[in-house]
Design a protein around this ligand. Structure first.
Ligand code: ZN
Length: 197
């Protein structure tokens, strides 16, 4: 048995010195998170295994250690993949991604409150439930527009709805970061956010 595989076997005996989950943020080889939604996280077990397999560089770590009979290491909190993973998937058509595309604002009036979904071409006229026909809309605009076409209601979405690229969603994602962040993740989630004067 090689030293590496015996080390990986011993991972099953390894335990954190203190209780906790210790999720690890995964960055692509360009140091951008592999994904924002959901945020790319691994369990500490997967992160430590990837370190042993030499697939990642450890960028930052928790104070806490993981220990087994043969090794002890600080648990990684941020790792970067050594090999770049191309990001050319198309984003899932989900409520969250749709709100994200539209910036969590009504596509008609810009209000961030009471957001719902509007079929730009109403369903009764054959409008599909798709990226190209659904926009975020506040409930009062939704009610006002009713089952009418944009030109009948004189209400047009600010931007024509379309399927966003992964890149577009990712850059929107930076403006709406998730809630639970370990402090060592912040630099990698925020470094390219515009600074406010
Ligand atoms: Zn509105």
């Amino acid at each position: 048995m090689s030293a590496l595989s015996s080390k990986i076997d011993q991972l099953s005996e390894a335990v954190p010195v203190t209780q906790g989950n210790y999720p690890c943020l995964i960055l692509n080889a360009d140091y951008q998170p592999l994904s924002y939604f959901p945020l790319s996280l691994w369990s500490w077990q997967d992160a430590v295994k990837a370190v042993f397999l030499d697939r990642v560089n450890v960028i930052d770590h928790y104070e806490q250690c993981v220990r087994s009979p043969s090794f002890e290491m600080q648990m990684p909190s941020v790792v970067a993949l050594k090999d770049y993973v191309p990001q050319n998937r198309s984003p899932a058509f989900t409520r969250f991604n749709l709100f994200l595309r539209d910036g969590f604002k009504c596509s008609y009036c810009g209000s961030p409150h009471e957001l719902t979904f509007d079929h730009v071409i109403p369903r009764r006229l054959g409008g599909k439930t798709s990226w190209k026909n659904i926009v975020a809309a506040c409930s009062s605009c939704n009610l006002k527009k009713g089952g009418r076409l944009p030109r009948e209601a004189r209400m047009h979405p600010r931007l024509p709805p379309k399927q966003p690229s992964m890149h577009e969603l990712q850059s929107q994602g930076r403006r709406f970061p998730p809630n639970h962040l370990h402090e060592s993740w912040l630099d990698y989630l925020y470094w390219d956010v515009e600074l406010k004067a």
